[in-house]
Design a protein around this ligand. Sequence first.
Ligand code: AN7
Length: 398
Amino acid sequence: MYRIIKPGIVLKCIKCGKTYTPAPRLFLCPKCNHPLEVVLENTDFDWNKARRRRLCVWRYRELLPIREGIDPVSLNEGGTPLIKISNLYEKRVVESPNIYIKFEGANPTGSFKDRGMTIGVTIAKHLGVEGVVVASTGNTSASAAAYAARAGLKCIVFLPKGGVARGKIAQALLHGAEIREVDGSFDKALEEVLMDVLRGELANYYPLNSYNPWRLEGQKTIAFEIVDELGFVPDYVIVPVGNAGNISAIWKGFKELYEFGFIDKLPHMIGVQSENSAPLVKTWLSGSNDLIPVKEPKTIASAIRIGRPVNWLKALKAIIESKGFFETVSDDEIINSMKLLARYEGIGVEPASATTLACLIKCMNKGIVKKDDNVVLVATGHALKDPDIIIKNLESYL
Ligand code: AN7
C-alpha cells in the first residue's frame, strides 16, 4: 500500500481513535467495527501552485493521499460549475441572492461519485486486482463501471431490483459492468457485497463502496473547489444524504483547509433526507448514540433510498462539529424544487439533488437561513439520470 499511498498517512477509527498503517482492505476498525478515516499529517499544498493546474480533483494533489508519481485513472473529474442563482431570487422563491449551486451533474458520468472513483480505481489498478465491486442505488455503479473500463479492470455491481433509475443502469451496461440484481433494498445489496467480499468469493475484486475511506478523499475536493472559486467560506452547505459518505467527505475537506491554515472559518453543514427515508434525521433528533435504521425506506429519490447508512457516525459528527443540522423534505417538495431549478435557472438535477433546494426553502421559511447568508447547494446528480421520474410527473405537459 505504501507504494500507492503517500508516506505520513494513517487510518484512524472514528469511534475509538485507534490508528493503523494503511492496508488495501482495511476499511473497518478491527477493534470496534466502525469506519476508518484517512488522516493526512502534513501537506506541502500551495494555492498559487495549484491554481496553475486546471480546476479538477487532481488540482489538489498535495491534499490527496496518492503518492507522487502514481499515474491516476482519471476522466478529468471535478471542476464542476458553481452557479449563482438569479431568477429564483428575482421571483422571491428564496430570500437571499447569495445562493450557489455546485452542479455535480457536470462530472464525466453525471454525478459526484466520479471524484471518489478516480482515487478508488487508481488504487485498485495499482494493487493489480482483477476488478472492482460495488453495491449501489445507481450512481456509484455508473461511475465504477466507467472508471473500471478506463483502467482496464472488470466491474461487478449489485443493484436493488427495480430500485435503480434507468439512466444509471444504462450507464453500467454501456461501460460493460456485470450487473447482479438483489431482491430487496440497497441495504440488502450492500450486505451481499460485504458477505461475498468477506467469504473471499470476490477476493480479487476491490470493494469501492463508501466505507472505503480512500474514495471519500476524492469527494472532499468539493469543499476545496467551493473555497477556491468563491474566495470565501459559505455560511451553509446543504448536501443530500444517503449512505452519508459525501457530507462526511465535504466536511473533512473544509476541516483540512482550516487545520492547515488555508481558511479561518468553517461552514455549517446541513444534511437533507427524504421524509420516509430519514434514518439520520431520526437518529439526530432522538439524540441516540446508535443508528436508528429505517427498515423499508421509501422516496421517489431512489439515489438516497437508504435505511442503514454505513457512514452514519461520520455524518453525525460532521453535523455536530459544524454546528449544523439534519432536515427532511417530502417527495412533493422534491419534485417542486426540481422544477424550480430547471425552469428558473436552467439547471437539470435528479430528485436526490433537488432535496437541497427544498431544504433551503424550508430553512428560510423557518427563519434559520437569513436573507444575506451565503449558501451552497450540492446538486449531486444530473437530471438525465432519472428520465422516468420527470416524464411521470410532468406528463400532463406532453
Ligand atoms: C445523486 O450510488 O449511494 O450520502 O450507490 O447518487 O454519500 O451516499 C448514491 C448516493 C446523493 C447520497 N445524491 O450520497 C449510490 C449512492 C445522489 C446520489 C447521494 C447519492 P451519500
